[in-house]
Design a protein. Structure first.
Length: 277
């Protein structure tokens, strides 16, 4: 029979501090399941934004007037029902919140999955995929997440500084407020910048392929009747974004998107904010 020695008089025993529980529904985020759901839902929102952003940038093929009209339409979202640019700024803040939650959930899940085996996805925590081929493809993408994630973050910062704020080299001196078409042509006309955008697009596509693939797992969509479609949906979204976003630097470098025959004057610069690209 073993006995325990009581602590000296006046000394309080050390008790492990339990994690503080957040109020519901925030407490759901403290669990791995909650983090996976947050990552899946925010990822879905970010994928939707990337697709919408690419579709909007296709106006580059129509010319500067159409690009300027598209940018103006974004600033006038809501019409006369709300102040000008209010909805655009609300969408921007929403994207920032989703991006922050997505990053935090990703790193939290990676920390939780650090001691798991190779058969477990380090981000989503899912144990297996429908087929061996699915596991190999998703496992390759998941292993690159530690690289594609930071590359995308750097790309986003440069993208904003380059085309939205107009203070990123080498095209900062030629940046014109309120003329997104001109700014895109000047920026992507530099071979180094075009190569960086192309590399970032590839990193984004790899990241999104794994994200879309894992989103089904995280949301519990794992029915054998649906599993065969997951790869097709993931490849389809990734392929569309790859072709669409890669076309912009390639076409500018090829001279097919240019200002040689431009007849549209540069828009007035009042309090115009750069939108989109």
């Amino acid at each position: 029979m073993t006995t325990t020695t009581p602590p000296p008089r006046g000394v309080q025993p050390v008790r492990p501090r339990s994690a503080r529980r957040w109020p519901w529904p925030l407490s759901l985020y403290q669990s791995a399941v909650g983090k996976k759901w947050v990552m899946a839902v925010t990822g879905l929102g970010l994928v939707g934004f990337v697709v919408f952003h690419m579709i909007g940038n296709l106006h580059l093929y129509e010319g500067p007037r159409q690009v300027a009209e598209y940018a103006e339409a974004l600033r006038d979202l809501g019409g006369h029902l709300v102040p000008r640019t209010l909805l655009l700024w609300l969408l921007r803040f929403g994207l920032i919140i989703m991006f922050a939650l997505h990053i935090h959930a990703a790193y939290s899940l990676r920390a939780l999955g650090g001691k798991t085996s190779d058969a477990i996805d380090p981000v989503t925590g899912n144990k297996k995929y429908a087929t061996k081929q699915d596991f190999i493809a998703a496992n390759f993408a998941s292993r690159t997440m530690r690289w594609t994630g930071p590359i995308i973050a750097l790309y986003l910062l440069y993208h904003l500084a380059d085309l939205t704020w107009g203070n990123a080299p080498p095209s900062a001196d030629d940046w014109v407020r309120g003329d997104p078409y001109h700014n895109v042509v000047i920026s992507l006309g530099n071979p180094v910048v075009a190569a960086f955008y192309a590399a970032a697009t590839i990193a984004l596509v790899i990241h999104l392929y794994h994200g879309v693939f894992s989103m089904f797992q995280s949301l519990g969509i794992n029915n054998p009747k649906i599993n065969r479609w997951k790869r097709g949906i993931s490849v389809g979204i990734a392929g569309i974004l790859l072709v669409g976003n890669l076309s912009f630097p390639i076409m500018v470098q090829a001279g097919l998107i240019n200002e040689d025959d431009r007849t549209t004057p540069i828009p007035p610069t009042e309090e115009v904010e750069e939108a989109s690209e």
